[in-house]
Design a protein. Structure first.
Length: 352
């Protein structure tokens, strides 16, 4: 940095040109120009030069990104290397770190090929004005032999992406409107969110999740190429699906409650065990398995279920056998709520 300051001071006197000074120093004119450019670097880069964590050559590579959001991304990546005591060479910065940051694409746009999640928007993205100072070539992360065109101006490309999304949505809606008039729909031309699959044509009514018979006469119901029925009125389908799920969840909850009531009734007669030993065993087992697998095991005893452990001491002595069996049964029903039938079967298997 002292050399850069000295060069600038000499040139500011106006007595000598860059070319003449370079010749006197035994350096190229580009060397002199690059040293002067160091003075325009942000303070954080100057500090890294002073601490010898990076060289002037690193700064020359980083300067084009200064002032853009991606610069902060690159610096964050660099800081991770420095914190881990990993040396960053100029080659590593140019061929690995910067390409990796650009590949992640949080604050840049790859004008040579959109990422998978927005690839569908590429044909609607207006690149006609993308020849500007915000455009830069960066080595590809996977195709390192060549360089790709990136836009650094997030404010600009975000607006264009939003416009591309709008144009894409309009195009898809137009396609959908045209499909409404047809009897057979090619769903490959639609995004999944623009339709819902009802069922294969020959699915028996009793195997349907909810009664879809009225749907077959609806104008929004079409046949897919694979002979399945598809619904183009997504809002209507989702409303019926939500109502069905709500009803089923209520029925499952009610059935599960009945199952546990039957369990408690049948466990009333369990006696003849060493309560102290059983309590100790239950505490060790329950706290060793604390988590979702024991949901419902101890809900009938207030204060037993804590954030970090089960307080088995709050269960009365006379209820310890019942609690032990409920613990075993709760583990059995970890992945599915019990029904009256499954609860009775499990109790019989346990000899209760």
């Amino acid at each position: 940095m002292e050399e850069a300051q000295g060069i600038k001071q000499v040139l500011d006197d106006g007595v000598i040109t860059q070319t003449e000074l370079a010749k006197k120093m035994g350096k190229s004119q580009a060397y002199v120009a690059n040293r002067i450019r160091l003075l325009d670097a942000p303070q954080e880069l100057k500090d890294l030069i002073i601490s010898q964590e990076i060289s002037p050559a690193h700064v020359q590579i980083l300067l084009p990104f200064v002032g853009y959001p991606v610069f902060e991304d690159i610096m964050k990546e660099l800081k991770g290397h420095f914190d881990a005591k990993r040396e960053v060479s100029v080659v590593n910065l140019e061929t690995q770190i910067i390409p990796r940051v650009f590949y992640q694409g949080k604050n840049v746009a790859d004008l040579n090929g959109f990422s998978y999640d927005i690839r569908k928007l590429e044909e609607f993205f207006d690149k006609s004005q993308c020849v500007c100072t915000d455009r830069i070539k960066v080595r590809g992360y996977y195709d390192g032999s060549g360089k790709r065109d990136f836009c650094l101006n997030k404010d600009c490309f975000s607006v264009k992406l939003a416009a591309a999304q709008t144009a894409y949505d309009l195009a898809k809606e137009k396609e959908k409107e045209e499909l409404v008039t047809k009897k057979i729909v090619d769903t490959d031309k639609l995004d999944y969110g623009m339709y819902r699959t009802l069922r294969p044509v020959d699915t028996p009514t009793d195997l349907q999740r909810w009664d879809q018979t009225p749907c077959s006469s609806c104008d929004s119901c079409k046949k897919g190429k694979d002979k399945s029925l598809v619904c183009l009125d997504v809002a209507c389908y989702d409303k019926k699906e939500k109502a069905y799920n709500k009803e089923q969840n209520g029925l499952k909850k009610e059935e599960s409650l009945k199952a546990w009531q039957i369990c408690d009734e049948r466990l009333k007669g369990v006696t003849g065990v060493d309560i102290k030993v059983l309590r100790s065993l239950l505490s060790k087992l329950a706290n060793g398995m604390m988590g979702g697998s024991l949901d419902g095991a101890f809900t009938c005893w207030p204060g037993v279920e804590g954030e970090d452990e089960y307080d088995i001491s709050k269960i009365p002595d006379e209820d310890i056998p019942k609690a032990f069996f409920r613990f075993i049964l709760a583990d059995r029903f970890e992945y599915s709520d019990p029904t009256v039938e499954s609860m009775n079967k499990s109790l019989e298997e346990l000899g209760v």
